[in-house]
Write a protein that binds this ligand. Structure first.
Ligand SMILES: [Zn+2]
Ligand SMILES: [Zn+2]
Length: 54
């Protein structure tokens, strides 16, 4: 089974990281050399518990 709906992440996944990974339009708004602050935040501090799907 494949989970490719950006807004329907499988259990155990972070809703934000999932959306950013599969909804290309989110990162398309960034400059080519610009980092995504939301993604960096989760990379540096881990995904908030409340954003993980159960
Ligand atoms: Zn992102
Ligand atoms: Zn995350």
């Amino acid at each position: 089974m494949f989970w490719t709906d950006p807004y329907d992440p499988p259990p155990g996944e972070c809703v934000q990281c999932w959306a950013h990974a599969y909804d290309k339009s989110i990162h398309a708004q960034l400059a080519p050399d610009e980092d995504c602050a939301d993604c960096l935040d989760h990379l540096d501090f881990d995904c908030p518990e409340e954003m993980i799907v159960y």
